[in-house]
Design a protein around this ligand. Structure first.
Ligand code: UT7
Length: 325
């Protein structure tokens, strides 16, 4: 029996840390408020000259080395990102060039914080169909490019980072067992980047406005909890498993209280849920990819573990996969 599985993992986090104490100097907030309302203690911020593709390439090199695969052996590169270096070329093409992965097709996926799982499921189909053998899936974000550093309700939440994995056929009862992708466009207004091309010119100052994240946090919170609990439940059912069979859940890291509420809805102990939001905040698509990398390195996920990856993001899009490690 063969399935599609993850044969290598990588990650990259920019060196610069932005702590809650640093943010206290920027906006009217406190370390105590941020920790109790979100669980975040610090996040990473990419350097001015560091681009999303730079983060992506570093995580990709580590994943390829972990998979013991030469870049020439890649048939497909998918990058999940909502913070590309520019509208085009795609980040995936920039990665292909840097890696000299000359035999690969390459494209980006835009599904906000659900991007990594959307990309994983997409890449899996290409391998299952027989069109491609080896795929590199990367989630990379320099989301701080879109932060309004005067808005305390959003600037405390986000950070930059990247995670990557190599997918290939694997033998035995392991690999990506089930997939679920969903979208609820009617909730699109809850979180968006106010695009410069809609209102490019500030009428007062006559200067170009930079695109910035705008969010209705409280409303998003409720939809997030329901969407993630539903996505995980469906993916577990599709895998022919029960929630009791699950050893580790790797959820999107948007808010520790969202994660706790999802665990409660699913009836799972928090000991089975992997959390690293305290160190990195919300890295959009990269959150799950980095969390998966760390969960494996910390041996929270071992050979044979039944793992649920579950996420939601702006759009609103949600997704989940069950993976047998
Ligand atoms: O990947 C998807 C990304 N986004 C999300 O998942 C966001 C989901 N939502 C959340 O995580 C939470 O709603 C937030 C963390 C954004 C906010 O937490 P909350 O418990 O929903 O707070 P709130 O918005 O109801 O605000 C409570 C109070 C308000 O003051 P008043 O009106 O009660 O006086 C806010 O002005 O907290 C105030 N506040 C802050 N105070 C200190 C909002 N942000 C801050 C802040 N520091 N950074």
């Amino acid at each position: 029996m063969s399935n599609v599985g993850i044969i290598g993992l990588g990650h990259y986090l920019p060196k610069k840390k932005l702590t809650n104490a640093d943010l206290e100097k920027l906006v009217d907030t406190s370390d105590e408020w941020i920790i109790t309302r979100t669980g975040i203690r610090e996040r990473r911020v990419a350097g001015r000259k560091e681009r999303t593709s730079d983060l992506a390439v570093r995580s990709a090199r580590q994943a390829l080395s972990d998979a013991k695969l030469d870049p020439a052996g890649l048939d497909l590169i998918i990058v999940a990102t909502i913070s590309p270096d520019s509208n085009f070329p795609s980040v995936a093409c920039l990665v292909q060039k840097a890696l000299r992965a000359d035999n690969a097709a390459a494209f980006d996926i835009s599904a906000a914080c659900s991007g990594f799982l959307y990309a994983l499921t997409t890449a899996k189909q290409f391998i299952l169909s027989g069109l491609y053998r080896n795929a590199l899936v990367i989630a990379a974000e320099k989301i701080t490019n879109f932060i309004d550093w005067n808005d305390r309700s959003t600037c405390i939440l986000f950070g930059d980072g990247a995670g990557a994995c190599v997918l290939s056929k694997v033998k035995g009862p392991r690999g990506i067992i089930s997939d679920y992708m969903h979208a609820q466009g009617r909730f699109g207004d809850l979180m968006m980047v106010k695009s410069a091309d809609r209102e490019p010119l500030d009428q007062k100052t006559k200067t170009m406005q930079a695109p910035r994240i705008a969010m209705q946090g409280k409303e998003l919170f409720k939809v997030a909890v329901n969407s993630m609990a539903d996505a995980a439940t469906v993916a577990v059912q599709k895998a022919g498993m029960k929630l009791d069979d699950i050893d580790c859940v790797v959820p999107h890291q948007a808010n520790d209280r969202i994660i706790a509420a999802v665990a409660k809805k699913l009836g799972l102990p928090k000991s089975k849920i992997f959390v690293n939001i305290d160190k990195y905040g919300n890295m959009s698509a990269a959150s799950i990819a980095v969390a998966l990398y760390e969960a494996v390195k910390q041996k929270k996920i071992k050979r044979g573990s039944n793992v649920v990856l579950v996420t939601f993001g702006a759009g609103l899009v949600s997704a989940a996969n069950v993976v047998k490690w």
